[in-house]
Design a protein around this ligand. Structure first.
Ligand code: F6P
Length: 364
């Protein structure tokens, strides 16, 4: 039975804004523009092979690789264009940064410039598109530095080097069996489900909370030989289950789509790890700070969970480059804190046991 008595995203944003009588409405308008881009992406993703947008982006047959060294899909490029197109005209933004663009994006001269910076990964987990597994868009809104707003100058990379704690808003859209938008504007986390007929996001999951404890973890185990000792210790203890120091069995999941993993964790708890490892000395982690770790970190913390590099809270990290990679651990608070503790005391074996139990799948 379809329910029609729910708040729309627009109503939700207007009610939130009433708490700030001096607010201009620019921020709400920006969020609505971003979500219109997400709706357009949802539609394109939903058409799959019928939409003619599957496969690799191949402008001159040779294909295309983004600044991350990843092969771009047609849908990556299209989703990026939708984000730009839906938001650049409005006068709310001073500039943007995207996973798919090497340099900051300048608002074209014919449009006014505004107070905010938008940072996004337009289609996260895009290797999953061809196999019809959930993907998502993830974004973060920052205030533009005062001097940028006053001068109206072009943005430079350093304008985006703000710690996650200063984010104004963060969210993601997940394109799964249903399309959902999960959003924080700094007062809790709320989930909206797209009504495909009305084309509206409806509030279906108010005040989402990550349970503090969990028996589910997510990590790409094929990297186990590159993990650092605290991560090996944590995973070994989970795998030992009831027979080990944790005294309970754990379940493991890996979708290879961070947005989908974050969504599962917001819905039912869990811990996600793409930790710093030794696989490629030039890459201190796999995921990106500005448009993956920071928005997911803000969402987790606003939902009572935690996000960390393993060594320090993610929200405290001051970025040093636009496409900076970082070790990322997030989810149920007590598990993330345990992993942080293991990073502080990596050499200690627990309760007289050898550091990596002999029954471990991932032992050295
Ligand atoms: O951003 C890239 C991404 O696709 C994430 O969504 C996901 O968590 C990760 O990469 C998967 O990495 P791997 O292919 O190493 O499992």
């Amino acid at each position: 039975m379809l329910q029609t008595n729910r708040s729309t995203l627009t109503q939700f944003l207007i009610e939130e804004r009433r708490r700030f009588p001096q607010a201009s409405g620019d921020f709400n308008a920006l969020i609505l523009d971003v979500t219109l881009a997400c709706k357009a992406i949802a539609r394109t993703v939903a058409y799959g092979e019928l939409g003619g947008a599957m496969g690799n982006y191949a402008p001159e047959v040779g294909g295309s690789v983004n600044v991350q060294g990843e092969t771009q899909k047609k849908l990556d490029v299209l989703s990026n264009e939708l984000f730009l197109q839906r938001t650049e005209w409005s006068g709310h933004l001073a500039g943007m940064a995207s996973e798919e663009m090497d340099l900051p994006y300048q608002i074209p001269v014919q449009y006014p410039r505004g107070h905010y910076l938008l940072v996004f990964d337009p289609l996260d987990g895009s290797s999953n598109i061809d196999v019809n597994v959930s993907v998502g868009s993830i974004f973060s809104v920052l205030r533009a530095p005062k001097e940028v707003v006053e001068s109206g100058r072009d943005v430079v990379e350093a304008d985006f080097f703000q710690p996650g704690a200063t984010q104004m808003a963060a969210g993601y859209a997940i394109y799964g069996p249903t399309t959902m938008l999960i959003l924080t504007v700094g007062r809790g986390v709320n989930g909206f489900t797209l009504d495909p007929n009305l084309g509206e996001f409806m509030l279906t999951h108010p005040d989402m909370k990550v349970p503090p404890d969990t028996q589910e973890f997510a990590i790409n185990a094929s990297n186990s030989r590159f993990w650092e000792a605290p991560v090996k210790r944590y995973v070994d203890e989970c795998l030992a289950g009831k027979t080990g120091v944790r005294g309970k069995d754990f379940n493991m999941r890996w979708i290879a789509s961070m947005v989908a993993e974050a969504h599962r964790i917001l819905m039912r708890g869990g811990v996600f790890m793409y930790p710093r490892d030794t696989k490629d000395p030039l890459k201190p982690g796999r995921l990106r700070l500005l448009y993956e770790a920071n928005p997911v970190g803000m969402l987790m913390e606003q939902a009572g969970g935690r996000a960390s590099t393993g060594r320090e809270p993610m929200m405290d990290v001051v970025p040093t480059s636009l496409h900076q990679r970082i070790g990322l651990v997030f989810g149920s608070k007590n598990e993330v804190e345990r992993i942080e503790r293991y990073h502080r005391e990596p050499a200690q074996a627990k309760e007289g046991e050898p550091l990596f139990a002999s029954r471990s799948l991932f032992r050295d």
